[in-house]
Write a protein that binds this ligand. Structure first.
Ligand code: ZN
Length: 299
């Protein structure tokens, strides 16, 4: 759904600035029209002078344009609705098979909810501000980058499963472009050994418990998950607020978000599961369904 992707990708700032200008222009025209003779509509050509006729024509043109945009907006809203339903269903399915993994287990603020929150279409106000001009504009500047702002992040993305590397790059870059937030991938691929070592921590080795799952039961073990954090003034910003703000960008690029989990929310965590449970991935791993670099081969 290319159109939807473009629609929800629009930087809201740019479009609202444009619409502000239009509103301003509309106000200017309206004020001029208010000075027209009261009955000008009965015969504009007779009752208006040259300048007024021009203003009147500009107003008509603008109103026509607005009508077209309104129609486009309606169309896009319908498309987004379907996209949202599809995504919501996928998410529900995944929620049943996901092993909750939480790197911030001491967090007591996480409130389990009965149902996954419905992803609101225009939570960030974007879908409502679309018009064809802006869409074309956006389409032209869109490019597929091969790296992000951050070399640490780049090297971690390079170790992810090949099928999700571009999504991760696009996610990080779009968050920077749209929110001015620079994300760093703090964890990407985690080997089975590393996972087991983490699992033992707080159980058989010193430290506090940081994960609930053994090697093979985290999507990180297959390079299918990333944890991200904002880097601000060269420091990590651990506030959940910013992760909640940018989560829709990750979801848009195909990731499921740990903040959507019913229990043990994991705000920095994003994963693409291709609808496989970790137990299924582990089976593939054990059967050696791996490519030359050791990544799972999906059928
Ligand atoms: Zn994670």
């Amino acid at each position: 759904m290319l159109d939807v992707d473009i629609a929800v990708s629009l930087p809201v700032g740019r479009v609202t600035r444009y619409l502000d200008k239009l509103t301003e222009y509309h106000g200017y025209l309206r004020r001029k029209i208010e000075t027209f003779p009261k009955d000008y509509k009965s015969n504009p050509k007779q009752k208006l002078n040259q300048e007024q006729i021009k203003i009147y024509a500009q107003m008509q043109k603008l109103e026509q344009q607005v009508m077209v945009w309104e129609k486009t907006k309606e169309k896009i809203k319908k498309m987004l609705w379907w996209d949202d339903v599809a995504k919501g269903l996928t998410k529900l399915n995944q929620a049943n098979g996901t092993h909750p993994e939480n790197t911030n287990i001491t967090d007591t603020k996480a409130i389990p909810t009965d149902s996954a929150p419905p992803a609101t279409l225009s939570a960030d106000g974007r879908a409502w501000f679309i018009h064809p001009v802006a869409m074309v504009d956006y389409f032209n500047v869109k490019e597929k980058k091969t790296e992000t702002w951050d070399s640490v992040t780049n090297s971690r993305i390079a170790l992810l499963h090949p099928r999700i590397r571009q999504q991760a790059i696009n996610f990080i870059n779009d968050v920077e472009k749209e929110f001015g937030v620079q994300l760093r991938v703090t964890t990407g691929l985690r080997t089975f050994d590393e996972q087991n070592r983490l699992y033992n921590q707080g159980r058989t080795t010193p430290g506090k418990i940081v994960t609930w799952v053994r090697g093979g039961y985290s999507y990180h073990n297959y390079g299918l998950a990333i944890d991200v954090i904002e880097i601000k003034n060269k420091k990590a910003n651990w506030a959940e607020k910013v992760l909640i703000r940018i989560s829709s960008v990750g979801i848009r690029h195909g990731f499921s978000w740990g903040g959507d989990w019913k229990k043990q929310k994991d705000y920095p965590h994003f994963e693409i599961t291709f609808n496989y449970k970790t137990s299924e991935l582990l089976k593939k791993h054990e059967k050696g369904k791996l490519d030359g670099e050791g990544y799972i081969i999906f059928d």
